[in-house]
Design a protein around this ligand. Structure first.
Ligand code: ZN
Length: 241
């Protein structure tokens, strides 16, 4: 949506409200999204990011992507530890650590979506390189959390603070616009830089990259989770197996 920028602060509470009404969240989930938002912004203060540097999404997107990922990860880990110790009312813990983490990542993604919905027409038809890369990282971490081997894996070995680098279909131009109707021609390649290693995955699913773009734009973590499953089968070390 193109609004007068000076009026944006007035629009924001309305967006927040409308967005949450469109999502089926209970009270504790709504509060968690808000906590994630506050922790993320609070952490930015120490990172030297303030609202006047918001134009860095255009000017220095790779640098901002990196520090933004870190703020999201720290916020999610802080909530994980707080909830583990203090059991907020209404929050029924999952039986395993990775399920609890996946749940918090899902709510962190909702926090990001509020901002994207604020900047673009809603529902989303397309998003920028910056937003897409940011979501793709978190859809990947959600899928990792869902599928992480719990026999030997721990929260420490999961390593949420490690920034994943994902490149889809060989397309990584900073001026790229990712659309719901994207059809990528072959090769359907997903390249994942994780820790010190490069993981290359070539999918058999027709228009794999297009489906992944579609899942990200719809905020459909379950669809992207299924798409990542094949990549984890080929590279089991990504999910601690
Ligand atoms: Zn941020």
């Amino acid at each position: 949506m193109h609004q007068n920028k000076s009026l944006r602060p007035l629009y924001f509470p309305l967006y927040f409200l409308l967005y949450f009404l469109s999502r089926n969240l209970n009270d504790v989930e709504r509060t968690t999204v808000f906590y994630h938002f506050m922790l993320h912004e609070f952490f930015h203060l120490g990172q030297g990011i303030s609202s006047y540097r918001y134009h860095y999404t255009d000017y220095a997107p790779r640098a901002l992507l990196r520090v933004d990922y870190y703020a999201d990860a720290v916020a999610a880990l802080a909530l994980y530890e707080l909830y583990r110790q203090f059991h907020p009312p209404g929050w029924v813990p999952e039986p395993s650590w990775n399920r609890n983490l996946a749940r918090l990542i899902r709510l962190a993604v909702l926090d990001m979506e509020v901002f994207t919905a604020f900047e673009h027409a809603y529902p989303l038809q397309s998003i920028s390189w910056f937003s897409f890369r940011r979501y793709l990282q978190w859809h990947f971490q959600y899928a990792r959390a869902r599928q992480y081997g719990t026999d030997t894996g721990t929260l420490e070995s999961f390593n949420l603070l490690e920034t994943p680098d994902l490149v889809l279909g060989g397309i990584d131009a900073q001026d790229a616009l990712y659309r719901t109707d994207t059809v990528f021609t072959k090769p359907q390649l997903l390249v994942i830089g994780w820790k010190a290693k490069l993981h290359e995955f070539s999918s058999e699913v027709e228009n794999f990259a297009g489906h992944l773009v579609d899942a990200v734009l719809r905020g459909d973590l379950e669809s992207s989770n299924r798409l990542f499953a094949d990549a984890f089968f080929v590279h089991p070390n990504l999910v601690g197996r």
